[in-house]
Each structure stands twice: as C-alpha cells, then as structure tokens.
Design a protein around this ligand. Structure first.
Ligand SMILES: Cc1ncc(C[n+]2csc(CCOP(=O)(O)OP(=O)(O)O)c2C)c(N)n1
Ligand SMILES: [Mg+2]
Length: 372
C-alpha cells in the first residue's frame, strides 16, 4: 500500500534557503532583484516614517505590558520583536483594503487608526470588539486561532464578485498554519483566486510549542501545496516586509489571486502577560534576535543615509510618549459596561425573546441587589 502525500511545489516559493532581506544588520542595503523594484520611492523621509511607526508601536506595547502589571489592564499579548512584520505590510495597504488579524496585531490596529480608548477597553475586558470595524477597515481581534483567515478569504471572494478594488489581508501566527481553518481558507482562496494576502508572522512559537514541532518544512512551503505562491521574508526587515506586501497586494489587485508571506521573526516577550517563557525556551536564543532588532537596523540605515538621527529619535520619542500617555489615561479611566450591554449587539434588530431575557435579567439583578 502506498501513501500519497500531496507534494508541495517549491518552485512556487521564494526565499526558502534564506529569507528575503534588503536591509543588512549594519543598515546597508542588500540588492534584491525581486524586492528592489518595489522600493524605489523609499527615500529618507519614507524610511523615517516607518521608523517612527515602529517606535510608536513598540512604545504602545511596552506601556500596555506595564499597565497589566499595574492592574489597569487584565491581559496583553506582546508583539516586541514583530514591529517590522506589521508596520511594513500595514503601510502597504490601500485605504479601502481590509485587515483580518489575531490578537497580537497592535501595529495594524494603531496604523489603521483604531481609537486607543476603545483599544484599551478590549484589554481591560470591558469590550468584546472595541473599534468599529467598518470605520477603520479592520475586523475585531480574533482569538480563535486561524478563524480570521476564513473571514478574510470570504471577504475577498465577495469583493471579487462585486468587482470592488479591495484586498483582504489576513494575518496569523506560525501555529495557526496547523489549524484546519487556515488550510480551508487556503483551499477557497486558491480555488476562487480570491484577492487575499496571507501574512504568517512566524514568531517561532505557538505559546510553548516551537515551530519545528509544527512543521518539518518551512511554513512558506505549505501554501504551495494548494497552488498558492509564497514569499519567505526576513520579518525583522521593515523594507523587505513592505516590498513583499506590495508585491502581494499588487498581485491580488490585478486579479492574480492569493499570495502567502511568511515573515520570519521572533516573539521576544511572553505569549501573553500570563505566560512565563523561561519554562519552555532557552533565553540565550534571544540574543541572536536582539541582534536582528527591526528598529536598530533602520536607525543604522538612516544614519548611513545621512539623517539627523538625534532629531529623528527625539521626534519619535515625543510621538511615542504622547501615544503612551493617551493609552494609559484611557486604560486607567475606562468605565465598565453595564450588565445590560450584553444584550445590545446580539442581533441588528432586537427580538421579542431577547427583550424578554433582558427584562428577566434586570429583574434578577434587582432581586440580588442587596446581596452584592
Ligand atoms: C482554535 C483555538 N485553539 C487553541 C487556542 C489556544 N491558543 C491561544 S494562542 C495559541 C497559540 C497560537 O500560536 P500562533 O498561531 O503561532 O500565534 P502567536 O500567538 O504566536 O502570535 C493557542 C493554541 C485558541 N485560542 N483557539
Ligand atoms: Mg507564533
């Protein structure tokens, strides 16, 4: 009896031997014939914007982490180390595009324009969704691992049917690629040539599970088995990520179908603020990733370009501190929802049964008022 294993198609993947990089660790540019044509407009000013974005995202992340420790937020999934993997693609989105992400997409949320007060409410467990998805064209954070890839693919299929000029970016982790949902999304995206971009932020761990346990091949090889081309990219190189995203978005927009991007990066913090990574990983492996820090690398590149780094750093700090201050104030002063709010968003139009339940619930709360 022979076992038939669906063959991956390595010819559909780029960067399998070594992730695509255009910014060396010392800030020099490495020529890359695939990515370079998509970076011709990135001058000192554009690179400074990406730098400031990453500094702001990191500051938001650090502040939120501290706020959980101080009891103002209940949980936070840190993104320290993954700033470039989010800022590069986020800055390649067109305003009409949509983002369908997980719970770790603070960079996308910030750059899509999520209201920081709403954002703080989510992580204080005072709100389920937080921002208005239609306003910023970003779906609420998805906790069910990989489910957002189906939502993104479905959205993209509908956009194609409507003839709309919209691309859906769906972003998820390395562990998510082992989920049925992600594999089903790849099937549908491929079968319908949907204008969807799959961004896998391979931060090397699914909580305590290292990626090597999840896959014997680079994750970028997995989508090729579905006929989807993929780019394996240095996820700590904001320019490489920006260029790869532009390639994928252009492809989707021009009817070329889905593309998968594996951003090879590292989660330097714990999985969430309730996790202790010392229990499952050797902290020494962090050193190599600190050397690949996405922000330091851009600082070196800007310095080489002749930028006044002192001024750039000062400007970034002012903006990052302002953001942290706003976020802190929102977290500290957020008001809890009323118990009644649980009934508000069940249906677009309330049903009689729901209204009856609301009244019963109110009566129940009133009946135990004295005991609380
Ligand atoms: C369907 C489902 N299974 C399990 C979990 C529990 N869970 C939460 S985070 C996580 C790991 C996800 O790892 P990865 O996809 O690599 O994303 P990362 O957290 O590293 O960004 C798991 C298994 C869940 N939320 N949903
Ligand atoms: Mg992961």
């Amino acid at each position: 009896m022979s076992i038939i294993v669906p063959a991956p198609h390595p010819e559909l993947a780029v960067g399998l031997d070594s992730p695509l990089t255009v910014l060396d660790l010392d800030g020099t540019r490495i020529a890359n014939e695939l990515l370079d044509p998509h970076l011709t407009d990135i001058d000192e000013s554009a690179l400074t914007t990406l730098y400031v974005d990453m500094v702001r995202v990191r500051r938001l992340d650090t502040e939120a982490f501290a706020l959980t420790r101080q009891g103002h937020l209940v949980l936070w999934p840190p993104l320290l180390g993954q700033e470039a993997a989010q800022v590069g693609p986020a800055r390649a989105l067109a305003p009409q595009d949509w983002v369908f992400g997980s719970y770790r997409e603070h960079g996308f949320a910030l750059l899509r324009g999520a209201d920081m007060a709403e954002f703080a409410r989510i992580w204080k467990a005072f709100a389920h969704g937080g921002w208005d998805p239609h306003e910023i064209r970003m779906a609420p954070s998805q906790i069910i691992i990989g489910a957002q890839t189906l939502h993104g693919t479905g959205y993209a299929m509908a956009a194609k049917m409507d003839g709309a000029d919209e691309v859906a970016l769906t972003t998820f982790g390395d562990g998510a690629t082992s989920e049925g949902d992600v594999n089903e999304a790849l099937v549908w995206a491929s079968a319908f040539q949907a204008p969807v971009v799959f961004l896998c932020q391979n931060n090397q761990y699914a909580i305590s599970e290292p990626v090597a346990v999840q896959s014997g091949v680079p994750l970028a090889l997995r989508p090729t088995g579905f006929g989807i081309p993929s780019l394996r990219v240095d996820g700590n190189d904001v320019l490489a990520m920006h260029a790869a995203a532009r390639i994928a978005f252009d492809r989707a927009r021009s009817g070329g179908g889905p593309t998968f991007i594996e951003a090879v990066t590292y989660r330097r913090g714990p999985h969430t603020t309730t996790d202790d990574p010392k229990r499952y990983r050797d902290e020494a492996e962090m050193e190599a990733w600190i050397a690949k820090d996405p922000i330091d690398r851009v600082e070196r590149a800007l310095t080489r370009m002749g930028a006044n780094m002192e001024a750039v750093r000062a400007e970034a700090k002012i903006r990052a501190d302002q953001l942290a201050k706003e976020f802190r104030a929102a977290a500290e002063h957020a008001e809890p929802p009323t118990a009644d709010a649980i009934f508000d968003h069940v249906y677009a139009q309330p049903t009689k049964r729901l209204e009856r339940q609301r009244l019963e619930h109110r009566a129940f709360l009133a009946s135990i008022e004295g005991d609380r």
